[in-house]
Ligand binder design. Structure first.
Ligand SMILES: Nc1ncnc2c1ncn2[C@@H]1O[C@H](COP(=O)(O)OP(=O)(O)OP(=O)(O)O)[C@@H](O)[C@H]1O
Ligand code: SF4
Ligand SMILES: [Mg+2]
Length: 330
């Protein structure tokens, strides 16, 4: 399968009133093929949504390159840009905000079908809306078509939002913490629906979460990237990430997840803790490796001075940490 999209050295800086600008994303490189999933993991505020919005074309990048189906997004013509915006859709964290409260479920889904597929006949529209509601598991369909969002549960609203997204026939869906407002018991069912849709349609997912267990469930056999303060610090398959985490920050994430989830084996990554009370931020970015104020393995004179390059730990496994640059040189 060919590349669907490729981010290369991508960056994002926001203009600020009192200072020049604030850089949030730095040097992001990710490639994904058709029908694949990339899971982006990282703590709150590390830049996941900022990245997801760029991937979905909702926000622009300020450095590097983003190619979608071979075309540089910032250089697309108006027509190409419209096509790109249709091909990449985003499912948001909060279905309460993303659905129009004054529209019935039927219209919420029928409107993009009218626009995108140029279908106007009511029978054909009803058939397509029915098909989509069945795909997302909102059955019997008659119970939902004439409801307003206020009369649906959070999980049902998120399913409506997924059906609306599918109405555009997207090639790539950015799923940004889409199940975080849904009861735990319904989370797996919703993610199962998304996986089934992928099997049936070959859609790709850019799956954003702070929850390793959810990521592991959703991106089985797929690619995982770990973000810390706007940079990718580790990239490999989801299975390798859990079995052989390399970066100290990944080890911390694994360590924190053990015990809070039965999805991870009980001895995986245990007893690894970052140190220090400093909480580095984008406004106060540490010199050298951004993790060095918290890293128990930091090497004075190196980690606090030099920004680590991404190094190959194994085939398909990359780590941004001086420990691995050192190993490579031995
Ligand atoms: N328009 C903006 N202007 C300036 N800074 C911004 C802007 N949008 C986001 N940021 C900053 O970018 C950083 C990353 O935010 P982002 O929402 O991408 O993080 P996140 O990883 O999605 O967090 P969460 O897990 O809480 O959703 C934050 O420090 C945020 O304040
Ligand atoms: S580069 Fe140094 S400070 Fe950064 S994660 Fe690696 S060992 Fe820790
Ligand atoms: Mg976010």
């Amino acid at each position: 399968m060919g590349d669907l999209m490729r981010l290369c050295g991508l960056g994002k800086a926001f203009p600020q009133r009192q200072r020049n600008e604030i850089t949030i994303l730095r040097n992001i490189t990710i490639t994904m093929g058709e029908g694949e999933t990339v899971c982006v993991l990282g703590e709150s505020g590390c830049g996941k949504t900022t990245l997801g919005r760029i991937v979905a074309g909702v926000s622009d990048y300020t450095a590097g390159s983003y190619r979608f189906q071979g075309k540089e997004v910032s250089e697309m013509s108006k027509e190409e840009r419209n096509q790109f915006r249709n091909s990449v859709q985003m499912i948001h964290q909060n279905p309460y905000e993303s659905l129009n409260p004054t529209m019935m479920v039927f219209d919420i889904i029928a409107n993009p079908i009218r626009r995108h597929h140029k279908i106007v006949k009511i029978e054909e529209l009803y058939e397509k809306v029915t098909e989509l509601l069945e795909t997302v598991g909102l059955t019997p369909v008659e119970d939902f078509v004439d409801k307003y969002p206020a009369f649906l549960s959070g999980g049902q609203r998120q399913r409506v939002s997924i059906a609306r997204t599918l109405a555009m026939n997207p090639k790539l869906i950015v799923v940004d913490e889409a199940t975080s407002m849904v009861d735990t018991s319904l989370r797996i069912s919703l993610l199962g629906t998304l996986k089934k849709i992928q099997e049936e349609t070959g859609v790709s997912y850019f799956f954003i979460t702070h929850d390793l267990a959810l990521g592991k469930y959703f991106a089985q056999g797929q690619k995982a990237v770990i973000m810390y303060l706007g940079q990718i610090v580790e990239e490999c398959s989801m299975e390798r990430l859990v079995e052989y985490p390399c970066h100290p920050y990944t080890k911390e994430i694994l360590s924190a997840a053990v015990g809070s989830s039965d999805i991870l084996e009980k001895d995986q990554g245990k007893k690894y803790r970052l140190t220090g009370t400093d909480n580095p931020s984008f406004k106060n970015l540490p010199s050298g490796c951004p993790l060095h104020p918290r890293c128990p393995q930091k090497m004075a004179g190196t980690c606090d001075v030099k920004i680590p390059e991404s190094a190959k730990a194994e085939q398909g496994h990359y780590v941004r940490c001086h420990l691995y640059e050192e190993e490579r040189q031995r």
